[in-house]
Design a protein around this ligand. Structure first.
Ligand code: Q46
Ligand code: ZN
Ligand code: ZN
Length: 316
């Protein structure tokens, strides 16, 4: 197998691009894809301060590395979710990367700063762990970006993630979510701009990028992800992709080009009537935002060990 660019020995084949790459040209390919996503969707402007949401996994660390290498002014933010060893290893990977590059990483810890963690929140709310986890992450990254004066938040969602979310939204015709499924969410009062520069790269590619760049990322999946619908959609699409390379890319980018605009009315309808949360000031439709209600429900309880929370169903 030879590199499509230099004819040297290739280390990876990309069937959807009908190309093979040596290490150097693959790293360049990844950075070019990110640069193209940033350009095509007007994600970042020169001189802006970027905050990357860092989980310690391959996607967020690859993204942070690529943005730094491209010359952007990027800090990281990581959230200690309290999901046992998984969370400590995730934080360690994020800290190690930040130290190796001499860049700033902000760390919020749910237990230390808000007196709850995700397993305890899942048990308290009797909802799937990903529900309180996603809510906490969205709220805290928005808050960190606004408080820290950042222009934009970048997240490590890749093509596999976006295609799987799209499939889930289409299967249920969640029209509001379909309208929001953009690589860029523009800023609004109380919300920073959010961008997904990895939408042109799959997770196999971000993993290979990390290996080639010597980035240590956490390989284990979150123990609470089991039973998560998103993973089932990902597997289904990966099975189709293996028979028909390019399907995920055609599905996602075809949606953006041909269908996403049709759902903007549903997004606008849902944005009506936002007012500041009585406790924290974040935009919300009620008096108190969902994050403050979660903190009220979950904080101050005895911690619930990860093993006692059944992924997908709350407490055993
Ligand atoms: S960390 Fe949190 Fe994920 Fe774990 S509990 Fe679900 S949302 S699966 S990206
Ligand atoms: Zn090459
Ligand atoms: Zn609030």
């Amino acid at each position: 197998m030879k590199c499509t660019v230099c004819r040297g020995p290739a280390v990876i084949d990309l069937r959807r691009h009908n190309a093979n790459f040596c290490g150097d040209h693959f790293v360049k390919f990844c950075r070019d894809q990110v640069a193209r996503a940033i350009h095509d969707h007007a994600m970042l402007r020169p001189g802006e301060r970027v905050l990357v949401a860092v989980s310690g996994g391959k996607d967020s660390l690859a993204l942070w590395d690529m943005l730094l290498e491209t010359g952007y002014d990027v800090d990281g933010m990581t959230i200690g979710l309290g999901i046992g060893d998984y969370s400590s290893a995730s934080t360690d990977a994020a800290v190690a990367f930040a130290e190796s590059r001499g860049v700033h990483l902000q760390h919020v810890d749910l237990r230390r700063d808000y007196d709850y963690d995700i397993p305890t929140a899942a048990a308290a709310t009797r909802r799937v762990p990903c529900s309180s986890c996603g809510l906490s992450k969205r709220h805290l990254i928005d808050k960190a970006a606004l408080d820290g004066g950042y222009d934009v938040v970048a997240t490590g969602h890749n093509l596999d993630d976006e295609a799987a979310v799209l499939l889930g939204n289409v299967l249920r015709w969640n029209t509001e979510y379909l309208g929001r499924q953009q690589p860029v969410l523009i800023e609004r009062p109380g919300f920073p701009r959010k961008v997904k520069p990895l939408v042109r790269l799959g997770e196999r590619e971000t993993a290979a990028y990390c290996v080639l760049r010597g980035i240590d990322y956490i390989v284990e999946e979150c123990p609470m992800a089991e039973g998560n619908r998103h993973l089932r959609y990902k597997d289904a699409l990966t099975a189709i992709e293996s028979e028909s390379p390019g399907t995920k890319q055609a599905f996602y980018f075809g949606f953006l080009a041909r269908a996403s605009e049709r759902f903007q009315g549903d997004v606008e309808a849902a944005q009506d009537d936002l007012k500041p949360c009585a406790r924290c000031g974040s935009p919300t439709t009620g008096d108190v935002c969902a994050f403050c209600r979660l903190v009220e429900q979950a904080s101050g309880r005895d911690p619930v060990p990860v093993e006692l929370v059944r992924p997908g169903r709350g407490r055993r």
